[in-house]
Design a protein around this ligand. Structure first.
Ligand SMILES: Cc1ncc(COP(=O)(O)O)c(C=O)c1O
Length: 360
């Protein structure tokens, strides 16, 4: 099966084989070596200029996102959430679960947020301590303006928390220049590892502030995770050891390919797909200028349900992805993250064309 869902993605044989390296006790020096090497590779790939550190958490992307949110808002302070999709909404739901005071700016799922409104909210409310946003809204394939929002949080001295779970490895980002203080990533999307591990990249200067916030979770506390990983070279709780092997291998592959080349490969693939979708008279949900390198959301053709389209393509070996929430009945999504060859993409288009023609 060629997975065209936005994670978990198709992985290389090298990554899958890494799972078989054998059993290992996570309290032995061999695991410390693996942990240290994997953390180093994350920083090499996404924060190469120092001043950042990282903690890896066993759990899906939401685990690290929750750790980031619940560890970063001081008692009595507020988090401002920029919400233009399912994952912006997820940050809001995490904030609600922890009973945080929140200011939520909601936007149409097909629009970027209003920067003036964000600056206005931040400048007028000194209780807003953290501004949280999604980098690449997987809901629609929309890219949010990280550079501009980072400029606002930098100007007013607030913490910028970025969910780049579907961005890292696929989109341009410079954490230092974009003023990102806390960045969340996952192993099984553009990094092309396996599901089960996620991570938080955090600016060194931010750690002191976080230390003053009493822990609200035992497992999902960034400081506790970081201290244990940095000082003892261990994870506080049983890590998914074999998934670490695969993640380390996926990061090795990413560094060999080069992050810029990976981004370029995805950009080229999405550009090919979009040209072909247009040729097949499929209508894109978003205008070109808002699109990421890795997801294309398309209106369902009039004579077709998602189930028909999905099942027909699955029969041919391709897994596409449904729309979420309000877009569930209206769109479908095709992601081009992961180990997907040009031949696979061409074959997808050929099969999609046939399915569309047969439905007429
Ligand atoms: C932007 C974004 N944030 C958060 C998540 C949640 O990640 P997970 O399903 O790994 O918990 C996803 C998953 O698709 C995502 O795309």
């Amino acid at each position: 099966m060629i997975l065209l869902n936005p994670g978990p993605v198709c992985t290389s044989e090298r990554v899958r084989n890494a799972l078989m390296r054998g059993d290992m006790c996570h309290r032995e020096s061999e695991f410390s070596t693996l942990l240290s090497s994997t953390r180093k590779k994350i920083l090499q790939a996404f924060a190469p200029y120092g001043n950042y550190t990282t903690a890896i958490i066993t759990g899906s992307g939401t685990a690290s996102l929750e750790a980031g949110v619940c560890s970063s808002v001081s008692e009595g302070k507020k988090v401002l959430i920029i919400n233009n999709g399912v994952y912006g909404d997820r940050i809001s739901r995490i904030a609600s679960a922890y009973r945080f005071n929140k200011v939520e700016l909601q936007y149409d799922w097909r629009e970027q947020p209003d920067l003036e409104q964000i600056e206005d909210a931040v400048s007028k409310d000194s209780d807003i301590e953290v501004v949280a946003m999604v980098h690449h809204e997987t809901t629609t394939g929309l890219l949010n303006p990280i550079h501009e929002v980072g400029a606002i949080t930098g100007k007013y001295g607030r913490t910028f928390l970025l969910d780049s779970i579907s961005g890292l490895g696929g989109e341009e980002i410079d954490l230092a220049t974009d003023n990102v203080d806390i960045c969340i990533g996952t192993s099984n999307k553009c990094i092309q590892g396996l599901p089960g591990l996620s991570f938080v990249i955090i600016k060194q200067d931010e750690i002191k502030r976080l230390r003053n916030i009493p822990p609200r979770s035992l497992y999902l506390n960034i400081i506790a995770q970081l201290d244990e990983q940095e000082e003892k070279g261990e994870c506080p709780f049983t890590p998914s050891v074999q998934t670490f092997y695969a993640f380390d291998e996926a990061l090795r592959e990413l560094l060999e390919e080069g992050v810029q080349n990976r981004i370029g490969r995805y950009r080229k693939a999405s550009s090919y797909l979009r040209d072909e979708f247009k040729r097949l008279s499929l209508e894109l949900l978003l205008p070109d200028e808002l699109l990421s390198n890795t997801i294309t959301a398309l209106h369902l053709p009039e004579n077709m349900t998602y189930a028909n389209l999905h099942d027909s393509l699955k029969e041919k070996g391709f897994i596409i992805y449904a729309g979420q929430g309000q877009l569930n009945k209206k769109i479908f999504r095709i992601a081009n993250m992961g180990e997907i060859s040009t031949d696979d993409l061409q074959s997808l288009i050929k099969n999609l064309q046939k399915v569309l023609e047969d439905s007429k």
